[in-house]
Design a protein around this ligand. Structure first.
Ligand SMILES: *[C@@H]1O[C@H](CO)[C@@H](O)[C@H](O)[C@H]1NC(C)=O
Ligand SMILES: *[C@@H]1O[C@H](CO)[C@@H](O)[C@H](O)[C@H]1NC(C)=O
Ligand SMILES: *[C@@H]1O[C@H](CO)[C@@H](O)[C@H](O)[C@H]1NC(C)=O
Length: 549
């Protein structure tokens, strides 16, 4: 792909807006927009973002392969297209499961009545206003999006986010005194790429102009035990790049790299980063599960805080934080921490840039996607679901298994509450999935404000408790923990159908929605990637943050 093509992106979008090719038509008073016009506008706007990129068709094909089955399973409008909430769900789901990216503007919304939509994504608003405009047109004309629109839009978003890497890579070149013109040897590329990864990790807290600061920081982190995994991550990417070029390069000459080559490698890094950093999430999850004697996905608060300083992970988030993100279960006599909600909480997201954060990949969305693939419809009968879910395994659940009777009864009640079938994308089914996969699926807690689920909300707030406070809480908590079973746990019965447009929902349910702010499934996983930067991230949430020098 051509490097020139990328930098043209923003310029050509601006040109598009100026030419008014998209804005013009609908602004005229009293004029109805035809579906064809909206369609043409959308495609044009999205194509502009992708133009000049030969890979984009291939990438689109890959994206389509990943989303078409979910698309089938979502409710459509009367012309067979996806409505704004369905689009939001699909886009959000794609980025969470593929990259662990929590995109600004598509944050978990707890399915409150007021749900943000794809046109509110901040990177689109800043960098692709024409696309936003045409999404709004599609919405106004009740047009909905076809699968191809959605695929192109996801590709466009991915492209815009990759383009963000460019500034970081430039800074990484400058910090290592490497010229962006001409070719450099491999060892210098490694220096540049480790700098890039460090900057990427720091996200919006990084400084792209202070070279001295960067070098000091890099020297500091390079003494950490876990630094080699970072170095290996970029070395593997370079090796893959060399391998892909092996047919066209001379094996007897040491390879040299242009800026464009490095940019290609960086794109690979960005693609693989979500899955790579997720290894750390898995370790943290295993650590948490060791503390869970009952195996119900909940840990007594005393145990959560009671980790000694020598263990790899210490959990320091305050009770208020746990409460606000829905990770604290206060239904029993003893307060407990919900593993899945905790992992997906914003304190575990890293690399928060202005436009997105990298969080743990959501295993629960994988489970739901499995069901969507098999069901291919927005709702299913309880018996079918029991059979299918009993056959789905996760990293902590082995299939096949027989679900307890209480679970089967519960599912039938959900169906009864929704006219005979269970809506797959509703709050009640999320709750049910939580009990079926307690370590993977977060409890759809009712949050007061959806913004407490976003990393940016906690950015300048104090999240961590001082060690003394933690020890005090740990020893105050009762040692013996009560045993709970599914049947004992109180179920909340509010349903919220979060991929349906409000006007399509029966009015009584809509009223409930207005009254109750409910967190849905979509609470995101998260975990910091490597310990070094996790601790830097945690520090950075404190008000008295100083760069660790
Ligand atoms: C709903 O969201 C819009 C835009 O984000 C905002 O202007 C409006 O105040 C919100 N309404 C409620 C009831 O929160
Ligand atoms: C980066 O560092 C420079 C020099 O220390 C400072 O002037 C600048 O304000 C910093 N920028 C940011 C965004 O922190
Ligand atoms: C359960 O999974 C197995 C293996 O993946 C498959 O052969 C079987 O048909 C599945 N059963 C149902 C009911 O889906």
């Amino acid at each position: 792909m051509s490097f020139v093509g990328r930098s043209f992106v923003v310029a050509s979008l601006v040109a598009l807006c100026r030419a008014g090719s998209i804005r013009g038509s609908s602004r005229e008073e009293g004029r109805t927009i035809s579906v064809e016009e909206v369609q043409a506008g959308l495609q044009a706007a999205m194509q502009t973002v992708l133009d000049g990129d030969d890979d984009s068709r291939m990438r689109s094909a890959r994206i389509e392969e990943r989303v078409w089955q979910t698309f089938q399973a979502l409710p459509k409008n009367d012309v067979g297209r996806l409505t704004p909430r369905g689009v939001r769900y699909l886009v959000h789901n794609y980025f969470m499961k593929e990259h662990g990216w929590l995109i600004q503007g598509l944050d978990p919304h707890g399915n409150q009545a007021n749900v943000s939509e794809v046109h509110e994504v901040s990177i689109l608003r800043d960098k692709a206003p024409a696309l936003v405009e045409s999404l709004l047109e599609a919405r106004r004309s009740n047009h909905g999006l076809a699968l191809t629109d959605i695929v192109t839009m996801i590709a466009a978003l991915e492209r815009l986010i990759f383009d963000e890497s460019l500034a970081l890579l430039r800074a990484a070149y400058a910090f290592n005194d490497v010229s962006m013109f001409g070719e450099v040897e491999q060892s210098r590329v490694h220096d540049v790429l480790t700098s890039y990864l460090l900057l990427f990790q720091l996200g919006s807290k990084g400084n792209l102009s202070d070279a001295r600061l960067h070098r000091a920081l890099k020297a500091r982190v390079s003494r950490r035990d876990d630094w080699p995994t970072v170095v290996d991550f970029q070395k593997d990417a370079v090796m893959n790049f060399n391998y892909a070029k092996k047919d066209t390069s001379n094996p007897f000459v040491e390879p040299r790299y242009t800026f464009e080559d490095t940019l290609d490698i960086v794109e690979e890094l960005a693609h693989g980063y979500g899955k790579w950093q997720n290894m750390e999430c898995q370790q943290m999850k295993a650590d948490l599960m060791d503390l869970d004697a009952d195996g119900d996905g909940r840990i007594p608060l005393g145990k959560f805080y009671g980790r000694v300083d020598t263990t790899k992970y210490q959990f320091t988030e305050s009770m208020r934080y746990l409460q606000e993100v829905g990770a604290l279960d206060e239904t029993g006599t003893e307060k407990k921490v919900r593993i899945a909600n905790y992992l997906q909480g914003p304190s575990n997201c890293i690399a928060s840039s202005t436009y997105y954060s990298v969080c743990c990949l959501s295993e629960c969305e994988g489970v739901l996607n499995d069901l969507e693939v098999k069901i291919q419809a927005p709702t299913a009968e309880p018996m079918q679901l029991l059979r299918l879910v009993g056959n789905i395994s996760s990293s902590t659940v082995d299939a096949p298994r027989q679900l307890p009777l209480a679970m089967s009864e519960r599912l039938h009640k959900i169906a009864a509450q929704n006219g005979g079938e269970v809506p797959l994308h509703g709050r009640l089914f999320s709750e049910w999935l939580h009990f079926a996969f307690p370590n993977e699926c977060p409890y759809p807690h009712m949050v007061e404000e959806a913004k407490t689920l976003t990393p940016s909300h906690w950015m300048d707030k104090k999240v961590a408790l001082e060690p003394e406070r933690r020890y005090a809480l740990a020893s105050a908590a009762l040692e013996e923990s009560e045993s709970t079973t599914v049947a004992d746990i109180a179920w909340a019965s509010e349903e919220v159908l979060h991929v349906q447009e409000p006007q399509l929902i029966k009015s009584n349910i809509f009223r409930t929605m207005m009254q109750v702010a409910v967190l849905l499934t979509v609470m995101r996983a998260a975990a910091s990637n490597w310990k070094t930067l996790r601790s830097m991230g945690a520090d950075s949430m404190k008000k008295d943050y100083q760069l660790p020098l």
